[in-house]
Design a protein around this ligand. Sequence first.
Ligand code: G3I
Length: 307
Amino acid sequence: MPLQYTTNRYVGSAVAAAYLASETDYRAVLTREFDNVTPENEMKWGTVEAVRGQYDWSGADAIVRYAQTHRKTVRGHTLVWHSQLPDWVGALPADELRRVLRDHVTTEVKRYKGKIRAWDVVNEIFNEDGTWRDTVFHQKLGEGFVADVFRWAHAADPHAKLYINDYNIEGINPKSDAVYNLVKTLRRQGVPIAGVGIQGHLSIQYGFPGQYRENLARFAEIGVETAVTEADVRIPTPPDAAKLATQAEYFGRLWDGCHAVRKCVEFTTWGFTDRHSWVPDVFPGEGAACLFDENLHPKPAYFRLNP
Ligand code: G3I
């Protein structure tokens, strides 16, 4: 039975519009196994408005259309991120940046109103030690930009679940503490934040994050959902049976932890096939991080989630 029917969580994958259009086998496996899709790059600011005032929604539209045709939910990714940010945005003075940010959030969220289940509103705003990341948004607008963008997004689509998203916040550590404290504060202030996205980019070389379940549970206690939004487990290449077994164990622990906490509502992987993965470009010597191999055959990790 395909993965999507084995669980009462949303189970998704990041997807690239280009492969969806050009690779029939890629499209078939995605359609069969998953019930949520996250555009890997197509909704980022640098994609939709690389040049000021010139919008390109083609990739995002194609993915949303695919999702609607196949009755999949969509996780929107991502409205505010320091990376893949067009240069022209970084160059704006504070007052103009605020106006432009508001327009960007409102335009994008409205365009897909009613078609996005959850949005990664802000992405990766903290450093590993829990301090704020030094971005143009933080520099020019201060910490208040976060509450602002959540409010603007909520006004544009009141039914979409709005998330803060980050990596290395699977376990309890200074960075996840910072997210926890911020979410608590925002909730107290009535800011419409519904959830915390835990990316889940793991490597078998660094060990499994400590206190993962406790971390999910503490977010549930303050009333927010969690989602594993970008799971993958990279291994030193080439893969062998032992590495694939460890990878399966890591995927399994991520999956089981999410299923152990009622408010963990989604398990999404960052791509599903080793044929297309961001990992080897960024971590030379590592890769094979997905549930399916390059030929779209399920790997041990897949059978760990779907025995
Ligand atoms: O589109 C251009 C293409 O025109 C050009 O020929 C090519 C040459 O390198 O680059 C293409 O852009 C690349 C883009 O992906 C689309 O393929 C960028 O160089 C590349 O940097 C970009 O990487 C993406 C990365 O985010 C950017 O930081 C990855 O695909 C994407 O998987 C990755 O996703 C992030 C999440 O958004 C946030 N969390 C971490 C995750 C992994 O880094």
